[in-house]
Design a protein around this ligand. Sequence first.
Ligand code: ADP
Ligand code: MG
Length: 318
Amino acid sequence: MNEFEIIERFLSVDSVKRKDVIKGIGDDCALLKVPRGQRLAISMDTLIGDVHFMSEANAADIAHKAIAVNLSDLAAAGAEPAWITMSLSLPKADPDWLADFSRGLKRMLEFFGVSLVGGDTTRGPLAITIQAHGFVPEQVFHRRDQGKPGDLICVTGPVGGAALGLMVARNELSVNPKAAAELLKKYQTPYPRIAAGIALRGRATSAIDISDGLLADVNHISQQSGVGALLRWERIPLSPAAMQVEDAEVRMRAALTGGDDYELCFTVDEDELDAAKNALETVGTDCIPIGRLTGKPGVRLLRDKEDIQLEEMGYKHF
Ligand code: ADP
Ligand code: MG
């Protein structure tokens, strides 16, 4: 099978048929139309086999995750996804693997109404680079650097599940089978918080998607906004499946420093909290305050009013 057959059989999966795609796959360039009054938000991520995902994982799940992590950056920015381009490096042309990969691609593209409009296909180590393109109205863009002291820090859902799921995948965690399956699912096939990002437009003072881990991502907001952050351990949400993990230390480490959750972490002025809560409720998403931005640089975490030493949590980047 040559490159063209791969593209034709497995990558030309555009059943979404967006009107803003004048020309998609098949020509030298894709030709696309940005709606009047909107700006183009773009983001790119590379996933390398056995670095960012397990190469032997189901190919449909690999495709799912590659799209999810890219769309998640658009979600953080409050952008509405429109198109992706994808560079695919494959060690071999395995029709069964490609059929699964294609199925995962198609499912995610249809779910989010996104078109795959072009890319590149080469032989090499398994790697997937996706660039996601979305729209934001002029004036609206959730940046990392506009948080203000006093703003509440919120998350859209539980954290730590994906990191525990990775431990399940590596046989490093003993937990009941039902919880194990749920944690694994959170790691392998996350859903980016697109609707939540859009609902927060004009309300969040800053936002980020939780990809590096809660502490690291809160630290990005606090450093780039030139403020500090004070988090309360008691408020940080864990999923019911994560709570099935018996070792409290393992749970806490996953929630604070595990990455790959793809929930949004955002800041809001206290007066805007109810509006943000209501807006998120309409899209079926939680709005959970976990702390506040402060005037004193650095990230602090309190448990029962006492500081937790973050270095002991395996977190060294402060
Ligand atoms: P060119 O030689 O002009 O760069 P290619 O042979 O690389 O074109 O690709 C042919 C067409 O298939 C182009 O429209 C390209 O965008 C598309 N394409 C190639 N690889 C991929 C991919 N992995 N995903 C989506 N579209 C792809
Ligand atoms: Mg090319």
